[in-house]
Design a protein around this ligand. Structure first.
Ligand SMILES: Cc1cc2nc3c(=O)[nH]c(=O)nc-3n(C[C@H](O)[C@H](O)[C@H](O)COP(=O)(O)OP(=O)(O)OC[C@H]3O[C@@H](n4cnc5c(N)ncnc54)[C@H](O)[C@@H]3O)c2cc1C
Ligand code: FES
Length: 278
C-alpha cells in the first residue's frame, strides 16, 4: 500500500515581516509583525508563538496584542541571551520565522460576565496586555476590571503610554507600584502585594489573572486566597524552557503537565501541588 506522508501543520514555519520596532526600556523592545502570506495569526490572549532566526535559534514569546488586531500582532521581547539579543538587532522590514500560536491562553469565554483582577509583575505585562486589550475591546462583556502593575524601578515600566491611558479610564481601576523609587516618582513604592488591600472585590464573581516573576506568585496567591477568591478562579501563566512548543519533546514538562500544551495559563487548582512549579 502506498504510504501517505502525514504533515504536522502545527510545526509549519511561516515567514513574518517586522513592521515597526520601538525601544521600551533598556532591555525590552516592542515589535509589530505581520505574516507574509497575508494570513492572520489566530490566537487567544495568553498564547505564545515560537520565533526563529535562521542559524541562530528559536524562542517562545507571548503575543502581547489583542486578537482583535487583525492584520498584525505585537511582541515585547527582553534581551537575555543569544536569540533575544539577535532579535533586538532587527528593524522594520526584516524577516523572521514564526510557528504557532501554541498552548492554552486565558479562558476568555469563562471570564465573560465576571469581574477581573489582573496582576502583572515586570515583563508579565506582555501576555496580560493581550488580555487587557481584549477586555477593553469587548468591555461590555466583563464586569469590574482591576489592573495592578508592579516593576522594580520607574525606568523598567513597559508600555508607559498605555498604563497612563488605563489610569485615565473611568471604567476600570488601575494602580501601579515600584520596588524602588527615583527622585521623579510620586506614586506607590513597595512590592505588588502592597496594592492588594486597596482592591475591593466580590470574590465569588472575581477571576484573578496573574503573570510575573516566579518569586511573585507565592505572595500574590496567598493574598488572593485570603481575599476569598476560589482556587479555580486564579489563573497563572508559567515560563519553562521549551523546544518544540507543542507537546512533542517533553522539555517543558512538570510532572504530568506539559507547560507548552496544558499551559502556559493554568488554573491554580491544577498546579498547586506541583513542587517544581513555584
Ligand atoms: C510561554 C513563554 C512565553 C514567553 N514570553 C516571553 C515574552 O513575551 N517576552 C520575552 O522577552 N520573553 C518571553 N519568554 C522567555 C523567552 O522565551 C526567553 O527569554 C528566551 O527563550 C531566551 O532565549 P535566548 O536564546 O535569548 O537566551 P539563552 O541564550 O537561552 O539564555 C541566556 C541566559 O538568560 C537566561 N534566561 C533565559 N530565559 C530567561 C528569562 N525568561 N528571564 C531571565 N533570564 C532568562 C538563561 O538562563 C541564560 O542564563 C517566554 C517564555 C515562555 C516559555
Ligand atoms: S516544549 Fe516540547 S513538549 Fe513542551
Amino acid at each position: 500500500m502506498e504510504k501517505v506522508a502525514i504533515k504536522d501543520s502545527s510545526y509549519r514555519l511561516k515567514k513574518a515581516k517586522i513592521l515597526q520596532t520601538k525601544k521600551l526600556t533598556a532591555n525590552e523592545k516592542f515589535f509589530e509583525i505581520a505574516l507574509m502570506d497575508g494570513e492572520r495569526l489566530d490566537y487567544e490572549p495568553g498564547q505564545f508563538i515560537m520565533v526563529s532566526l535562521l542559524g541562530i535559534g528559536e524562542v517562545p514569546i507571548s503575543v502581547c496584542s489583542s486578537p482583535a488586531k487583525r492584520d498584525s500582532f505585537d511582541l515585547c521581547i527582553r534581551a537575555v541571551g543569544k536569540v533575544t539579543r539577535s532579535l533586538h538587532k532587527l528593524k522594520a522590514g526584516d524577516v523572521i520565522g514564526i510557528r504557532g500560536p501554541y498552548g492554552k491562553g486565558f479562558p476568555v469565554r469563562i471570564l465573560e460576565g465576571n469581574d477581573l483582577l489582573i496582576i502583572a509583575g515586570g515583563l508579565g505585562i506582555a501576555p496580560l496586555r493581550s488580555l487587557i486589550q481584549y477586555v477593553l475591546d469587548n468591555r461590555r462583556d466583563f464586569g469590574k476590571v482591576h489592573i495592578l502593575f508592579g516593576c522594580k524601578e520607574p525606568k523598567d515600566m513597559l508600555f508607559s503610554d498605555e498604563l497612563e491611558y488605563w489610569n485615565e479610564r473611568t471604567d476600570l481601576h488601575y494602580a501601579c507600584t515600584v520596588d524602588r523609587a527615583d527622585p521623579d516618582w510620586a506614586g506607590n513604592v513597595g512590592v505588588i502585594t502592597t496594592l492588594m488591600p486597596g482592591v475591593d472585590i466580590e470574590p465569588s464573581r472575581t477571576f484573578a489573572a496573574v503573570v510575573g516573576p516566579p518569586i511573585m506568585y507565592n505572595f500574590v496567591i496567598k493574598e488572593l486566597i485570603a481575599k476569598g477568591i476560589p482556587e479555580r478562579q486564579i489563573l497563572l501563566s508559567f515560563e519553562r524552557n521549551m523546544k518544540c512548543g507543542n507537546g512533542k519533546c517533553g522539555r517543558c514538562q512538570i510532572q504530568n503537565l506539559y507547560v507548552c500544551q496544558d499551559g502556559p495559563v493554568f488554573h491554580y487548582e491544577q498546579i498547586k501541588n506541583l513542587n517544581e512549579a513555584f
